[in-house]
Ligand binder design. Structure first.
Ligand SMILES: NC(=O)c1ccc[n+]([C@@H]2O[C@H](COP(=O)([O-])OP(=O)(O)OC[C@H]3O[C@@H](n4cnc5c(N)ncnc54)[C@H](OP(=O)(O)O)[C@@H]3O)[C@@H](O)[C@H]2O)c1
Length: 302
């Protein structure tokens, strides 16, 4: 009998990954996965964001660099990429890169509706599909809860039509957590997306346990506090225990903090640099951080 690893290795050699959908669940880089509670579908714990980092000119040197970022991401077993129609053209750059690299089938595309009315949302959604060069996405989220009473039912309609497989809501500030929690309590949702980091661990108080309780998957944004955390640790050594936790950089440590919470499905850090992408993927392996290590970080960055 073949062991799963051997089958996967053989599949990769034979190029079967493109033909056999079940192989897509495997992560070539051996990334840890977590299940989406709604369906049991496994997602790699390290994903990617596109805000800022993907807002580049098509065909520019930055664009070429992003191609290398995505190659590193998919070769390393990444799958989930988050974008939005209001990220300064990042979704269009993502769509173009996915098409050029032939990566659409490997990508779990998460995008958003950020609109103030049904008609605005309909036009925006049509534009999103065009930008992303696809006819469906995996996850459609209501951006920052904007007009969610109108937009969430619309996203559910699109789910019914097979245009998205999952629906969710997003926010990026601690001040949004209470409203996000109240929607998690009152509405059927597949996902939320929220900020959670060593210097903003607020979501762990109520929201993350609530999502575990309700069976809602969680994407984590701003694990680097939009890059600001790197300024805080400039020239500082990693904690003494980092090596034994398999951590070789501050980026890995910040990401490992996020995925060490059991409610977190995937963290979606943004970068436009291939070297940083490779580094980020290294965080998606065991061991995860102990409670004591997580607490030490929260204290250090309070
Ligand atoms: N409301 C919402 O729905 C919402 C809000 C916020 C974010 N998001 C999503 O979550 C994603 C992640 O959040 P974010 O982009 O705000 O913040 P983030 O992932 O915390 O930080 C990204 C920033 O960190 C920098 N960075 C990455 N690795 C680095 C390293 N090793 N050293 C120094 N700097 C480094 C990146 O710059 P380089 O590109 O130069 O590496 C980028 O500017 C977004 O891209 C977006 O997809 C959603």
């Amino acid at each position: 009998m073949y062991r799963r690893r051997e089958v996967l290795r053989a599949g990769a050699v034979l190029g079967l990954a493109a033909a056999a959908p079940w192989l897509h669940a495997a992560t070539p880089g051996g990334l840890l996965t977590r299940k989406i509670p709604a369906t049991g579908e496994a997602l790699p714990v390290i994903g990617a964001g596109t805000s800022g980092s993907f807002e580049v000119e098509p065909g520019s040197a930055d664009y070429q660099q992003l191609k290398a970022v995505l190659k590193a991401f998919f070769d390393g077993g990444g799958k989930v990429i988050d974008t939005s129609p209001n990220y300064g053209g990042a979704d269009s750059i993502l769509g173009q890169l996915l098409e050029e690299g032939g990566w659409h089938r490997q990508c779990f595309i998460a995008t958003k509706i950020a609109a103030n009315s049904r008609s605005e949302a309909e036009a925006q959604w049509a534009g999103s599909l065009k930008s992303l060069r696809t006819d469906k996405v995996e996850l459609l989220q209501i951006h920052n809860l904007r007009d969610w009473q109108t937009q969430l039912p619309y996203a559910r309609e699109l789910k019914q039509q097979g245009k998205t497989r999952y629906v969710g809501i997003t926010h990026y500030l601690n001040s949004g957590h209470e409203e996000v929690a109240s929607i998690v309590r009152s509405q059927p949702l597949d996902f939320i997306q929220i900020n959670y980091s060593v210097n903003a661990p607020h979501a762990a108080r109520e929201l993350l346990p609530l999502c575990q309780d309700k069976g809602v998957a969680v994407l984590v944004n701003r694990a680097f506090d939009d890059g600001r955390l790197f300024g805080r640790v400039k020239d500082q050594p990693l904690p003494a225990w980092a090596a034994e936790a398999g951590i070789g950089s501050w980026a890995q440590l910040f990401l490992k903090f996020a995925i060490s919470h059991p409610a977190v499905t995937t963290v979606i850090p943004a970068t436009g640099r291939p070297d940083r992408q490779l580094d980020q993927l290294k965080a998606g392996h065991e061991p995860l951080l102990s409670q004591a290590q997580q607490q030490a970080l929260i204290q250090q960055f309070a």
